[in-house]
Write a protein that binds this ligand. Structure first.
Ligand SMILES: [Zn+2]
Length: 225
């Protein structure tokens, strides 16, 4: 009875997209297996799911799917679980003494909802105010991409991006807003194709109304080329 109750609770937690921690919940033995060993195991698991659904895996079109999905899980869409893939933390001295906010907006987010394993697709807008250290612009995109490549909850993704940049830049003055569509909401369940989810995390100076307003105004700018 108790176990049934717990399973029900976990189900509703996931269905409501509630996360439990700002850290990705990883097992202690998460990196004991090599990538190749993981692909081998997952390949069999995917085959098992497909066969259980009644699919004929001797069909030419389906034969390669288990291996393809396993490789995609380990090396691509969940590659951000592996700390080996974390972008290196190279920073530069702020030689030109630029003291205003720097905003990198419209960074494409491709992530995966950890409750349904369906895509989350959207845009991230990241900003910081340098206290003497700067990063290359593409570094911000790479950090967004690294944390996106995990089973995710959008709130946690937003916090992880901010915390990582705070560490790299050695300042609390970092902010991130993510606006994303969750295919588990858009294509199934409530099937609302129009709605998107906005999450934000404001650190240090971005907690002040004025600085936050400035950041949000930059995001609204419609950049034309
Ligand atoms: Zn979901």
């Amino acid at each position: 009875m108790k176990i049934e109750r717990e399973i029900e609770d976990f189900d509703s937690l996931g269905e409501n997209h509630v996360g439990t921690s700002s850290e990705t919940p990883l097992r202690a033995d998460a990196f004991k297996l090599t990538k190749e060993e993981k692909i081998d195991i997952i390949k069999d698991d995917v085959r098992h799911i497909m066969e259980t659904l009644g699919l004929d895996l001797t069909d030419d079109s389906l034969q390669g799917t288990p291996n393809r999905v396993a490789k995609m899980f380990v090396k691509e869409i969940f590659g951000g679980l592996d700390p080996e893939n974390k972008p290196s933390a190279s920073t530069f001295e702020n030689k030109y003494k630029y003291g205003e906010m720097l905003v990198e907006k419209n960074i494409t987010v491709y992530s995966t909802c950890e409750h349904h394993l369906l895509p989350i697709v959207g845009k991230a807008h990241v900003a910081y105010i340098s206290n003497g250290t700067v990063v290359g612009l593409s570094k911000m995109n790479r950090i967004v991409d690294y944390f996106s490549k995990r089973p995710q909850v959008q709130e946690r993704l937003t916090i992880q991006i901010v915390e990582e940049l705070q560490k790299v830049l050695n300042t609390k003055d970092v902010a991130c807003v993510i606006d994303a569509k969750h295919l588990c909401v858009n294509s199934r369940g409530i099937r609302d194709t129009e709605s998107s989810t906005v999450t934000s995390e404001f650190g240090g100076k971005f907690k002040s109304k004025k600085t936050r307003r400035e950041f949000l105004d930059y995001i609204k700018l419609d950049t034309q080329f």
